[in-house]
Design a protein around this ligand. Structure first.
Ligand code: AMP
Ligand code: MG
Length: 648
């Protein structure tokens, strides 16, 4: 986003900065440039039509069933013959000389005083108007049968056209063809249907940094997430996606790829390169691809501001923001409606629920903001936790149950507000066990047997203090915490409030992490290692965030010293190990399992207690009991030990 002042500002970029549109305005302009338009259709064999939208009304060409038929095994009779039949006074009927099985056309009429043996599905013979079940009959010699019940006219007869009547509108245009629709069509003998042709959508990821999943990750590269996720979301919403690949930020190469993709498709979706960065070129290419070109570039959405909506000679070309979460939100909010319309599908109907938001959410004035949430069952209704890790995080999307919307004119959503949640699934799936607090990889080892037993576990990482607050409000079952109290020099217990009890978890060895072979650290104690690091001005450390238990240990070791790297304060154990492994720092403090998993050297310093604040009021819930059992089990203790933890 930085503009080099020496450079003449790009005039297109300038325009776009001046015209940020509201979400509604941008969508309205985009739709006005694309619709009305015909939905092209194609013939498809029934077996290939699953999931397609019907392209025309289907009128039933025949009656189903095509003839009056028996619904049971029994005898075709004239009901008037049986008016006096009863258990005490059975009526004797002469058997006609045929048996009507399925697929057998009857040859003889049922005259008064006679009956014809008939199977379920057999066509009703001439003269008969009812069926008597075989259970209410008994043979009377070889040629006759006795009936012990009266029969009303039409009894057990399915009349021609009673299921589907010839000429009846069977299915309407736009109906999604599922197995039931296929069944109706097959029953009418229809082998092919006209369906809306799925729009062919080409997908291109842009960026020098992108590597396809399955390939090795080179340094400073990331895996292409948008390519896979956009392709899947297009297919989920009635399109036929074709993933072209990730194209580097090279104007000529990208233009060639875009032109070819557009020529072969009805729609083109790119991601990345839509900010105003130096390498961001796709929006400039679009201006050359066709008329009218850019319809909106810059939408007052969060996440998703750099969304670029364009139409090139009648075909939509969209540039989604690069960050996967931004890309997905804008795709679902702004592109799905257009894609479904082009695919002849009805608008998607999303399920919504009301939930209380326990924490305040700050919001930028002037932008419609979407916040992803995880739902848990509170004491009186649903609670929606924001799961946001920033628009660069993919898990905030995958782990959320849905999202809430903060109006463009609101500066915040206050704690305790009731909000409408749009669900990602058709129904709320409230988890059986809710764990809110500090995350640890050891947790997954304890909860995996619960998952195997069919219990759903939701763990929401908000840090120890956030977890304690949630536990005090009764919004979770357990809050994992690792809080060191300076005064008492103990872990966790001093932080418990009324209504909470401590369940011991496990110990995590904290220590200094360094690259193997580094003589400044190898073979030394933690104190010596830090002294030798401080003695070398070229040595760079990586710190931890304020409030982390680990930070307290680091500050104790450093005393007054503030070496290079002190202000680099990532929020997780893994980030510390990554910084050291990738040579951005030479040492830091992390937990032993993380250091070992990264193949780094480790000097143990102190054990940290990772325990659980249990909400007493929820202790008797079966999922909580299952968790406590799992925690105490041999299986979990062995797994924890193997991973480098020490069960308490
Ligand atoms: P850009 O708009 O190209 O500057 O991208 C913004 C951010 O999104 C950068 O951090 C990119 O690395 C990231 N990004 C762009 N495209 C993708 C992609 N296909 N998958 C994952 N991340 C991406
Ligand atoms: Mg890029």
């Amino acid at each position: 986003m930085t503009q080099n002042p020496a450079q003449k500002p790009d005039s297109i970029d300038q325009d776009q900065f001046l015209t940020i549109l509201s979400r509604e305005e941008a969508l309205a302009r985009f739709e006005a440039a694309l619709f009305p338009r015909d939905v092209p259709s194609e013939q498809r064999k029934l077996a290939d039509a699953l999931g397609c939208a019907l392209g025309e009304d289907v009128v039933a060409p025949i009656d189903v069933p095509p003839f009056d038929r028996s619904n049971v095994d029994g005898f075709a009779v004239r009901s008037s013959d049986l008016a006096s039949a009863s258990e005490a006074a059975p009526v004797r009927l002469m058997l006609n000389d045929e048996v009507i099985a399925c697929g057998v056309a009857p040859a003889r009429p049922v005259l008064s005083g006679t009956a014809t043996s008939i199977a379920t599905g057999g066509p009703l013979p001439r003269g008969a108007d009812a069926i008597v079940m075989v259970e209410y009959s008994q043979p009377a010699g070889l040629r006759a049968v006795e009936i012990r019940r009266a029969a009303s006219p039409g009894q057990f007869v399915a009349y021609a056209g009673s299921d589907i009547a010839r000429g009846e509108a069977l299915l309407r245009t736009g109906t999604i063809i599922g197995s039931r629709e296929i069944g109706m069509l097959a029953a009418c003998g229809i082998a092919e249907v006209r369906v809306a042709r799925k729009p062919r959508v080409a997908v291109i990821s842009t960026g020098d940094e992108l590597v396809q999943p399955g390939e090795a990750l080179r340094s400073a590269a990331i895996y292409d997430t948008n390519g896979a996720i956009v392709t899947a979301a297009i297919n989920e919403n009635g399109g036929e996606a074709r993933f072209v690949g990730a194209i580097p930020d090279d104007e000529a190469a990208l233009e060639a790829a875009m032109r070819q993709a557009l020529a072969e498709s009805d729609m083109l979706v790119l991601s990345g390169g839509t900010s105003k960065g130096a390498g961001d070129v796709s929006h400039r290419i679009i201006a050359r691809l066709g008329k009218p070109g850019i319809v909106a570039h810059g939408v007052a959405l969060k996440p998703g501001k750099p969304l670029c909506l364009t139409v090139c000679d009648g075909k939509p070309v969209i540039i989604l923001p690069g960050f996967p979460t931004s890309a997905m939100f804008t795709f679902h909010d702004m592109i799905v409606p257009v894609l479904r319309r082009m695919a002849g599908l009805p608008p998607r109907s999303d399920a919504k629920v009301l939930a209380k938001v326990p924490v305040r959410i700050a919001s930028e004035l002037g932008r419609t903001e979407f916040v992803m949430v995880s739902l848990v069952e509170g004491a009186d209704g649903l609670i929606a936790y924001p799961t946001g890790k920033g628009s660069g995080a993919i898990t905030s999307f995958a782990q959320a149950d849905g999202f809430l919307k903060i109006d463009a004119l609101a500066e915040q959503m206050p704690a305790g507000a009731e909000s409408e949640i749009t669900l990602f699934t058709p129904h709320v799936r409230v988890p059986d066990l809710v764990i809110v607090g500090s995350h640890c990889t050891g947790l997954d080892l304890v909860t995996s047997p619960l998952a195997r037993a069919g219990l759903t576990v939701r763990s929401i990482a908000v840090g120890s203090l956030g977890g304690l607050a949630a536990a005090k409000r009764g919004e979770c079952d357990l809050a994992p915490i690792h809080l060191f109290d300076d005064k008492t020099e103990t872990y966790n217990t001093p932080f418990l409030a009324d209504g909470l009890e401590l369940v011991p978890g496990w110990r995590r060895m904290q220590g200094i992490v360094f690259r193997n072979g580094d003589a400044r650290f190898e073979g030394r104690s933690a104190q010596e290692a830090v002294r030798s690091a401080l003695a070398d001005p070229a040595c760079i450390m990586v710190n931890r965030n304020q409030g982390a238990g680990t930070r307290i240990l680091i500050d104790r070791l450093l005393g007054e010293a503030r070496p290079d790297g002190y202000w680099n304060q990532p929020r997780s154990h893994n980030a510390v190990a990554a910084a050291v492994a990738q040579h951005r720092a030479d040492w830091g403090m992390t937990i032993a399992p993380v250091a070992h998993a990264s193949g780094l050297g480790f000097i143990p310093l102190a054990e940290e207690h990772y325990d659980f604040a249990l909400v007493k009021a929820r202790k008797q819930r079966s999922a909580v009991q299952a968790f406590l059992d799992a925690l105490a089990s041999e299986e979990a203790r062995n797994a924890l030990t193997k991973a480098g933890f020490r069960p308490a």
